[in-house]
Design a protein around this ligand. Structure first.
Ligand code: 4AD
Ligand code: MG
Length: 466
């Protein structure tokens, strides 16, 4: 069973007439009088290939007539022009081989299943149209991301997944340990003796590759990471995961303006590539999931992003509230923006993506560059319709003394960040970077409402089955 031509490339053949072998899973089977239609999918594209079998097909009675949805098959025959609407070719089967039976209790039947139900069968849901399309879009977006950064001369840097530092200083980390959970070794004071743990110290899953990204940027000028990140926060929302993928560029000699411009070029480039490469999948999302899916991306590609300082964003929201817009959460200077505020700003106020800049220092992480006003930091969040915050980033504090003071002021321990502080002592330069939530950009592209449905194996509080 060597590798074979995918259905995707089969459907792109110049003309009918050649031999073809299709290998895949049955999405549907229809048996008529002396003819059977098998809709075979191999996941390579939205379309399946229709296999037409008849009594002349080898194994028609014994094999074909017994087939049901979910079975895996190999069908050989001739690729012919299809008389049916909506498909170029079909396979006139000479023989059909059953590879794996599925039986009657195959959970995916030809009807719409709820996304909640599909999450309970994550081992089978990639075979559905929607999740298949999501996975192909994830693939295309990943490549588009790499291509963008390669074009802009950013090096792909592999930052660690296990780390001892809390990159966000928010304490939302998963512990990594090999100590016996039930009976860990203890020191004289009766506390768990971390010195006996695998790394001789407490270790965690990383919340962000940024701090190590900065090490890369201060040597190679421009780098990016693209890897899994982990947050042990108890958020049960449609846009939070405990394990998600983040894209984090970091660039030396960049200020906040440079960073905002980079984020705009970046998003536009990824959207354009995905629209070009996933035409069928995007048409599916537009038809079945979200009417605006393609339009939303086209708007983003065409229109310049708006930049709004945080204090102005607050003023806009306060005015909206006073005019009767009902927000569940309070609005005011010094408060973080909630999803509803982000969406109001980008969907109702401007109708295009917004870069909100210069946030109050007290609600942002320790590493952000302190502005001269002593009140704000050079931070930016990029907000888009439907999702809200898709990117968070900042110019970094590159002055050792200011950084150390902030670390202390935020109740963190400078010793824990010694090498990060050291970077500011040896050839420090202004630099900046951001993090894009990969699943959030996939939500934006596809219009999928719940982040659990744009990642193959979602990790959320209470759920890590597959
Ligand atoms: O805003 P965040 O927390 O920023 C950072 O982690 C920075 N260290 C990034 C950097 O500057 N290098 O996260 C960045 C983005 C958010 O804008 C959001 O899109 C996504 O990551 N994100 C999440 N996505 C899914 N589930 C979660 N729990 C997420 N938390 C953040
Ligand atoms: Mg953020």
């Amino acid at each position: 069973m060597s590798s074979s031509e995918s259905i995707r490339s089969m459907l792109r053949r110049e003309s009918a007439g050649g031999e073809a072998v299709v290998r895949g899973w049955l999405r549907t089977v229809r048996h008529g009088k002396g003819v059977s239609f098998l809709d075979v999918s191999d996941g390579s594209c939205m379309d399946g290939l229709q296999v037409v079998a008849s009594p002349e097909t080898a194994g028609y009675e014994e094999v074909v007539k017994q087939l049901s949805t979910g079975c895996s098959v190999v069908a050989r025959g001739e690729l012919v022009d299809s008389p049916a609407k909506g498909q170029r070719f079909e396979l006139k089967a000479r023989d059909v081989e059953l590879v794996g039976d599925a039986g009657e209790d195959y959970p995916l039947q030809k009807k719409r299943h709820s996304f909640e139900f599909l999450r309970t069968i994550a081992h089978l849901r990639p075979r559905t149209n929607t999740i298949g399309a999501v996975l192909r879009v994830r693939n295309a977006a990943s490549m588009a991301i790499h291509e963008f950064f390669q074009r802009e001369e950013f090096f792909y840097l592999h930052t660690p997944i296990i780390t001892a530092s809390d990159a966000e200083g928010a304490g939302e980390m998963f512990r990594v340990t090999t100590l016996p959970v039930g009976d860990p070794p203890r020191n004289k004071e009766g506390q768990v003796d971390d010195a006996q743990d695998f790394f001789s110290r407490p270790a965690y899953l990383t919340v962000s590759g940024q701090l190590e990204g900065e090490i890369g940027a201060l040597a190679m000028s421009r780098v990016y990471t693209f890897g899994p990140t982990f947050r042990a926060e108890n958020s049960n929302t449609a846009r939070h995961l405990a394990e998600f993928w983040m894209v984090e560029p970091e660039a030396a000699f960049y200020d906040l303006d440079d960073l905002a411009a980079l984020s705009e070029r970046f998003l536009k480039s990824v959207f354009k590539d995905v629209l070009d490469r996933c035409e069928d999948d995007m048409a599916f999302f537009e038809k079945r999931i979200e009417k605006q899916a393609i339009e939303r991306m086209k708007t983003v590609i065409e229109r310049p992003f708006e930049r709004i300082p945080y204090h102005e964003a607050i003023a806009i929201l306060e005015k909206a509230r006073d005019r009767g817009e009902s927000f569940e959460f309070p609005v005011g200077f010094g408060l973080d923006l909630q999803s509803e505020h982000e969406r109001y700003l980008t969907e109702k106020h401007t109708g295009c993506p917004i870069v909100v800049t210069d946030w109050p220092k007290d609600i942002k992480a320790f590493y952000m560059y302190r502005n001269d006003d002593e009140e704000t930091v050079a931070a930016m969040d990029v907000l888009v319709g439907g999702v809200g915050e898709i990117i968070g980033g900042s110019q970094r504090e590159h002055r050792a003394d200011v950084l150390e003071a902030t670390i202390r002021a935020q109740g963190l321990e400078p010793d824990d960040y010694w090498w990060y502080l050291d970077l500011r002592r040896f050839g420090s330069v202004p630099h900046a970077g951001f993090g894009l939530g990969f699943e959030r950009i996939i939500q934006f592209i596809t219009g999928m409402a719940n982040i659990r449905d744009v990642i193959p194996f979602p990790r959320t509080p209470g759920s890590a089955e597959f």
